[in-house]
Design a protein around this ligand. Structure first.
Ligand code: PEP
Ligand code: MG
Length: 370
């Protein structure tokens, strides 16, 4: 244990966060989708990436057309054609981000949002896309209408996409392993972790794990040691927390997606809660906004349950948090107390998270002696 007095006011050049690192037990990772953000977070002391949202990569220059073509595809063969075009972009993205985090874990989440987020909204936009793809505008309008959902947050998203369109996750897994293999061949230590979102039923994970493993075997062949990888899942649906012991059987790690977990535990839509949360706070119905500071009694109880059940089934299960709460000091204290291995937050919150993680150790000790 470091002697704190040695460092305070004695010209030690380390920052407060460096000092805090000697005390904390929680790892601190970052949520990043670009090599630039990864490098920035690394400079702030991030020890890996806890969440790379791959859908953000699709909005880049030259890609949106292909993702739209993939979504609007009339059948699997058309979809595969579009995915072939997306593969090199994804591979390049993953190569960049894995290299920026060399030697540290990079948790890459497969496609999560409702597909229609990528669909042009107006007739004019659909006509433009039809011209670009050489397709009939009326056909595309029909397809767009088919894809529209009444409640997209609870609709065709997350691993449900991987189950219904396995070729999408297949392409993403291929891009990850090809990128990692390319880096390994250059002597770069790439450590991908493939994360399956929105699992609620253990079989969703077992099916998709098998798919990812198959792609890994295909890309890496006998050279499996070249790229050490893990496959895990997010715990962000209340049911997943309740059956965490069964889900753990198919997972190397859990990452708590407390944005969705809060949404589904409270039944508060993430997109619409703004209209009443202020009033709830003003009247003291809520003490804090649960999307910013983890609700320990409710959502926290689900996290605790998943930690206990998960570790009972698999004692070495690695666990972290990647919801917004991973950068909130009070929530970090909770994460420390329930025994998570790491928190993950936006790059600029990394120093705060390092300090909060150290503070959590001291706070827990003080609580223990009082
Ligand atoms: C979450 O749900 O907590 C999460 C990190 O995923 P997203 O915010 O992308 O749904
Ligand atoms: Mg989520």
């Amino acid at each position: 244990m470091a002697d704190a007095r040695r460092l305070v006011g004695r010209g030690d050049s380390r920052t407060d966060a460096d000092w805090a690192d000697e005390f904390r037990q929680l790892g601190v990772r970052t949520n990043a989708d670009t090599p630039e953000d990864a490098a920035r977070a690394r400079a702030f002391g991030a020890e890996g990436i806890g969440l790379c949202r791959t859908e953000h990569m699709f909005f880049g220059e030259g890609r949106i057309k292909y993702i739209r073509a993939m979504i609007m595809a009339a059948d699997e063969s058309e979809r595969r054609e579009a995915l072939e075009k997306l593969l090199p972009f994804q591979r390049e993205d993953f190569e960049g981000i894995l290299e920026a985090m060399e030697g540290r874990p990079v948790t890459i989440r497969l496609l999560d949002p409702p597909l229609h987020e990528f669909i042009p909204a107006t007739d004019e936009e659909i006509e433009e896309l039809a011209a670009e793809l050489g397709k009939d505008a009326d056909e595309l309008k029909e397809r767009a209408a088919e894809l529209r959902e009444t409640n997209p947050m609870l609709g065709h998203r997350g691993c449900r996409l991987g189950i219904t369109y396995p070729e999408v996750y297949e392409m993403q897994a291929r891009a990850i392993f090809e990128a990692a293999k390319k880096l390994a061949d250059r002597g770069v230590d790439a450590r991908p972790e493939v994360m399956i979102p929105l699992v609620g039923e253990p079989q969703e994970l077992s099916i998709l794990r098998e798919l990812v493993e198959k792609v890994a075997a295909d890309v890496l062949g006998d050279d499996t040691d070249a790229v050490p990888f893990h496959i895990g899942t997010m715990i962000e649906i209340p049911r997943a927390a309740i059956v965490a012991d069964e889900i753990a059987e198919h997972a190397d790690f859990f990452s708590f997606g407390t944005n969705d977990l809060t949404q589904m535990a409270y039944g508060f839509s993430r997109d619409d809660a703004g209209s009443f949360i202020k009033e709830y706070l003003k009247r003291g119905i809520l003490r804090k906004d649960p999307f910013q500071s983890l609700d320990k009694r409710g959502v926290g109880a689900l996290v605790q349950m998943a930690v206990d059940k998960g570790r009972l089934a698999k004692p070495d299960l690695h666990m972290g948090i990647c919801g917004e709460h991973g950068g909130d000091p009070e929530s970090i204290y909770f994460c420390h107390r329930v025994g998570l291995d790491y928190v993950s937050c936006s790059p600029y919150r990394v120093p705060v998270a390092r300090l909060a993680a150290a503070h959590a150790v001291l706070r827990a000790r003080i609580r223990g002696i009082m």
